[in-house]
Design a binder for this molecule. Structure first.
Ligand code: NIG
Ligand code: FE
Length: 410
């Protein structure tokens, strides 16, 4: 048992747990001043105000004076299993090439996919495990990881098996997404539909047979996969019970959002090109619009209309997109700051977007994303900080002192 006492502020507490916060509710953030929190086994047992703190004897007592306790971040969109890095393309980008131009030259996703094909399962596992340890120290407690740098049956399965081993070894809660449709491999360049057939007829059955994926993803955007191809793949994936979480509207009004909603996607992600039609479609759905500010920052992209989306009543989740091409960082504290600075979201909105809403975007909001009795004991204790608004304000600094996952101090 762990008892955390004298907590300056216990942040994101819920007495009646909800699944997500949308629209104006995104400004709601329940907190308790001068609080205590009790953890039993891997769950949150109880919490309250210090004046009501019973004299409990706990194996571990932590004094959190001047410090705050938050639920761990939920990062609902990453590609953190990858070999090598792409800083040379980064220089090309600085010199003026666009993400699409780099991709057309065989760089981008295909570049990493070549490196992944040449790496052993163990090599991929070790580098990904290190990244998990790194994001753990920055406050992330649950993460979704995609395949998609395989692009062949063998190599996609290799990535997904790595993710399976990460689930077994890491204290983070992990969800796996099959993203065979991340890019069209070079050998299918002139007949992309054949690659779509390969995904439908070989990859999906094999992934499902080995139970390697929780979700399915498609990069539905200009220059990658069309709406028709996405429709075919999501329809096939539905037969295996795989709910979509798709890459959409990053490069154009691609129809990706609407096709995601049609298949009851858990989330649609990126969304730089979101207009009235897209907002309307999302308002009539159970799909979480997810924005990836570090990718928009790194690629210097136009920004998703976050304010308009929230003001129209939509929920928003924020995630890191940790990957070698568009966001070589999985720092969710930085994502908090970027949400405020770039999207003009309030501190309360970005906290909801990186906890309860991003938990929803990986189907974890019943157990993660807030401090509620019976939820998974995934919480972090900050260093001494003056206010919770300090978290996004103090950008680029690690404000976390202690991370507890599954009830264990890490
Ligand atoms: O989410 N947009 C597509 N996929 C990734 C980028 C992957 C890469 O460039 O390696 C993304 O940004
Ligand atoms: Fe991505």
């Amino acid at each position: 048992m762990i008892l955390i006492k004298n907590i300056k502020k216990l942040v994101q507490v819920e007495y009646e747990p909800i699944r997500l916060r949308r629209g104006e509710e995104m400004n709601t953030l329940h907190t308790i001043d001068n609080a205590w929190l009790r953890i039993e086994d891997d769950k949150i047992h109880s919490f309250g105000q210090m004046i009501d703190c019973e004299d409990i004897t706990a194996e571990t007592v932590i004094d959190a004076s001047h410090k705050m306790v938050f639920p761990s971040f939920c990062d609902s969109h990453t590609h953190l299993v990858y070999a090598g890095s792409r800083e040379i393309e980064y220089i090309d980008k600085i010199k003026g090439l666009s993400y699409e131009e780099i991709a057309k030259r065989g760089g981008g996703i295909l570049n990493t996919s070549k490196k992944n094909a040449q790496s052993s399962e163990n090599e991929l596992f070790n580098s990904a495990f290190e990244r998990l340890e790194e994001i753990k120290s920055l406050g992330t407690g649950a993460v979704e990881i995609k395949s998609g740098y395989g692009l062949s049956l063998e190599s996609e399965l290799k990535m997904l098996r790595v993710i399976k081993r990460l689930k077994e070894k890491s204290p983070l809660t992990i969800k796996a997404t099959f993203l065979g449709a991340h890019a069209v491999p070079a050998q299918y360049k002139n007949e992309p539909d054949k690659y779509v057939d390969l995904i439908i007829n070989s990859m999906l059955p094999a992934v499902s047979e080995e139970k390697l994926a929780d979700f399915v993803d498609v990069f539905c955007d200009r220059g990658f996969f069309t709406v028709e191809q996405t429709d075919r793949m999501l329809s096939a994936a539905a037969k295996y019970g795989l709910r979509p979480k798709i890459h959409a509207n990053e490069l154009d009004y691609s129809g990706g959002i609407q096709i995601g909603v049609k298949y009851n996607a858990l989330s649609v992600d990126h969304l730089e090109f979101t207009g009235d039609a897209e907002i309307k479609s999302l308002l009539n759905s159970r799909t979480m619009p997810t924005l990836l500010p570090s990718a928009a920052f790194f690629l210097n992209m136009p920004l998703a209309p976050a304010r308009k989306m929230i003001d129209s009543g939509l929920p928003i989740a924020l995630a890191s997109d940790y990957n070698p091409g568009s966001s070589p960082s999985g720092n969710m504290q930085l994502v908090l700051s970027m949400g405020c600075i770039m999207f003009k979201m309030t501190p309360e909105e970005v906290i909801n977007a990186t906890t309860i809403n991003s938990a929803y975007a990986m189907d974890l909001s019943q157990t993660h994303g807030s401090i509620a009795v019976g939820k998974k004991a995934n919480v972090f204790i900050t260093k001494s900080i003056p206010t919770y608004e300090f978290m996004p304000y103090s950008f680029g600094n690690n404000k976390i002192e202690t991370h507890i996952l599954n009830g264990k101090i890490q």
